[in-house]
Unconditional design. Structure first.
Length: 690
């Protein structure tokens, strides 16, 4: 019997657990998100038993999975959390705000640990001894001797470890490739302006032949905080942080150098089993390859690599594919014996094929649509930490959480929304005493709302704070040399905050005042085909409205012809079209500067034939059809030869497949197989104003 038992143990030990790593990482991330959400919503005065049980189950699930796979460091920290949570759910202890704080910080530390395991050991090494000591103190009914230190910056998403203090370490920062590599040197100014950020210096001359700039950064800040800071200057895909080897003078054992990780006791159900790590040390290379193809996964790696879809959507997709196959087979059979009498049958089949294809297209797109709650859920924790740091009281309200948006857009809109929400808390909401003096509640309200409007989604960030000061904005603009006459409308004055380097903050901090942000926010939203509008009432609050297309892949469009070439305009930017005689045109500032009067407004006219230097062959007549388009509240007229009609087009990235073309945002393939360019209306509007 002993031999049989031993053989059974060997059979268990022979299981290759690495094949389950990715599932564990995804489920652990979901449990930590759920744990954080419940902690933020908990009523400390009268905590519900079911809420406490749910929080305990989240921590217990993470601990069980970590122990199974031998991630001892994760299992040990969750074990300490479990001890405290078990006493809370048994009513042996009363919950306090200090307990909630330390449990939230423990959740951040767990995310950091999981990211290191997922990346094969790459990433931040954070000290969790203080966290474990604080958890033990709370579990024993004692407040910790000293609170766990709060991180210097607030994380943009819950996946980033925001509240864990990391040891100093040396990193290699790569920026580029850039057309003008010297632009990257501006990052050094951040290290001069922000205290305790660290040191920054070029590596080996700093410049590579391929336009990359390389720098050595010694810092205690986390990778996610650094990348968030740098991304206000350069796109995230141009930034990379890599560990810096000993060859650059940052040796193990040197002052400030990270200490080598000590081996920890085994905590697994399969201790010593092949394929399972024996401690909290980095996962084996084979596991890292299976779990994460890249060496340093981002905080949103799990979100980017998987997409959960309801069974109903998949069933609908399968049914539509079946219908499409049947219709296609019918058409194929009909064409073999095509006669005039059968044309009617073929036409009916083509109509069915068109309908099924459209339904299939919409069904596939619905699979990529995810609710805005995925984005909204990132902000309660961020606002809680930020409000505490700024000594403000803020209530966060969400509306339209179930409104769906394309997954690709959700990933790209998160950073701009994060900046807008932080701005509302930092610049908009006043301190409690100031609000009471103005006759307001000491608790400010920030509302994040989403709704569908036609073929677009409207996302609004509004607050009941002090709003924008017209006089202050005009004064600041003039100090920066911006032409800002008193005759400007309110909307034009509010738009001044989008000027590069414009900031009204009096003091430079790690939250605001670096002169970056709102211009980048607008540029990022515009690159997604969206627009930004601002409304403000001084003393009562402000609202920022972001309007986006529902998807990046497909858009409703209007096709126009210019000298035999077809161009595509996004239907959301088209206001109207009409035929205008040359006698009603006015020329200003030279032969090429023309305006047209549309009712009581004069609009600049842009001739697409001149913009794209389209050759006109033979007797092609030049028409005077004008299409009025709008971007960012500014209108202009495009001169075209013909309106070809409205249709849905599949957007293709022209820059990735060819190169960047001025005033073109993408391309599409028409029904006849030809390629048509999708016009960048925002770029054309900017051109008309210069």
């Amino acid at each position: 019997m002993a031999d049989t038992h031993l053989d059974s143990g060997r059979a268990d030990a022979g299981i290759d657990l690495t094949q389950f790593y990715q599932v564990f990482f995804e489920e652990a991330g979901e449990n930590l998100d759920r744990l954080e959400q419940l902690l933020l919503e908990i009523d400390i005065a009268s905590a519900d038993d079911e809420v406490l049980n749910s929080i305990f189950r989240c921590a217990h699930s993470v601990k069980g999975g970590a122990a199974t796979f031998g991630f001892a460091d994760v299992a040990q920290l969750t074990h300490q959390m479990e001890t405290l949570l078990d006493k809370l759910r048994r009513h042996e202890l009363q919950p306090t705000s200090g307990m909630v704080d330390v449990l939230l910080q423990a959740g951040d530390a767990l995310r950091a640990q999981l990211l290191r395991h997922q990346g094969g050991g790459a990433g931040e090494v954070c000290d969790i001894e203080a966290l474990q000591a604080a958890l033990r103190s709370h579990a024993n009914g004692q407040a910790p001797a000293a609170p766990v230190e709060r991180a210097a910056t607030v994380a943009a998403a819950p996946a980033a470890p925001a509240a864990v203090t990391c040891e100093a370490r040396a990193l290699e920062l790569r920026v580029g490739p850039l057309d003008h590599p010297e632009q990257a040197d501006s990052l050094g100014e951040l290290f001069k302006e922000i205290a305790d950020l660290g040191t920054f210096e070029p590596l080996d001359g700093g410049r590579d032949a391929d336009g990359l700039r390389r720098f050595k950064v010694v810092t205690t800040s986390s990778d996610s905080d650094l990348l968030e800071l740098f991304s206000f200057h350069f796109p995230p895909d141009m930034l990379a942080l890599l560990p810096l080897g000993p060859g650059y003078g940052f040796h193990a054992g040197a002052p400030g150098a990270p200490a080598p990780a000590e081996a920890e006791p085994e905590f697994g159900f399969f201790d010593g089993a092949p394929g399972a790590p024996s401690s909290g040390a980095p996962v084996a290379a084979a596991a890292a390859q299976r779990a994460a193809p890249t060496a340093k996964p981002s905080a949103a790696a799990a979100d980017a690599s998987t997409l959960r879809v309801s069974v109903e959507k998949v069933d609908q997709l399968i049914n539509l594919v079946g219908e499409l196959v049947i219709t296609q087979a019918m058409l194929a059979q009909t064409t073999r014996k095509l006669e005039p009498a059968m044309m009617q049958q073929m036409a009916a089949g083509l109509a069915d094929l068109e309908r099924n294809t459209r339904d299939l297209q919409e069904s596939v797109m619905s699979i990529r649509m995810i609710p805005m709650s995925v984005v909204f859920n990132r902000f309660p924790r961020m606002l809680r930490d930020l409000a505490a740091k700024l000594e403000k009281k803020v209530e966060f309200v969400t509306q339209g959480d179930s409104t769906e948006l394309d997954k690709g857009l959700v990933e790209k809109i998160t950073d701009p929304l994060t900046h807008l929400v932080r701005n509302s808390c930092d610049h908009g909401i006043e301190l409690p005493a100031e609000r009471v003096a103005r006759g307001k509640s000491e608790i400010g309200t920030i509302t994040l709302a989403a709704s569908h409007q036609g073929g677009s989604i409207l996302i609004e960030v509004r607050d009941d704070g002090k709003g924008l000061s017209r006089d202050k904005l005009l004064k600041k603009a003039r100090e920066k040399g911006i032409d800002a006459p008193d005759s400007m409308t309110d909307a034009e004055v509010w738009s001044l905050i989008f000027a590069p380097g414009f900031s009204t903050a009096e003091v430079v901090t790690d939250v605001s005042g670096r002169g970056v942000g709102m211009d980048v926010v607008k540029r990022n939203i515009t690159s997604l085909g969206g627009t930004v509008e601002i409304e403000s009432s001084e003393g009562h609050g402000m609202s920022v409205k972001v309007r986006l297309p529902l998807t990046l892949a497909i858009m409703d469009s209007m096709s126009v012809a210019v000298a035999g070439e077809t161009y595509i305009l996004s239907l959301s930017s088209v206001v109207e079209s009409f035929s205008q005689s040359e006698q009603q045109m006015l020329t200003v500032g030279g032969a090429n500067g023309q305006v047209v009067r549309v009712r009581d407004e004069y609009l600049p006219v842009v001739d697409l034939e001149q913009v794209f230097a389209v050759p006109r062959h033979g007797a092609q007549a030049k028409s005077s059809i004008l299409v009025v388009v709008e971007s960012g509240g500014v209108r202009m007229a495009l001169r075209v030869d013909e309106l070809l009609g409205q249709q849905q087009v599949v957007v293709k990235n022209l820059e990735a497949n060819y190169r960047k073309v001025d005033f073109v945002s993408g391309a599409t393939i028409l029904g006849d197989g030809n390629v048509a360019l999708i016009l960048d209306v925002d770029g054309l509007v900017r051109r008309s104003r210069h």
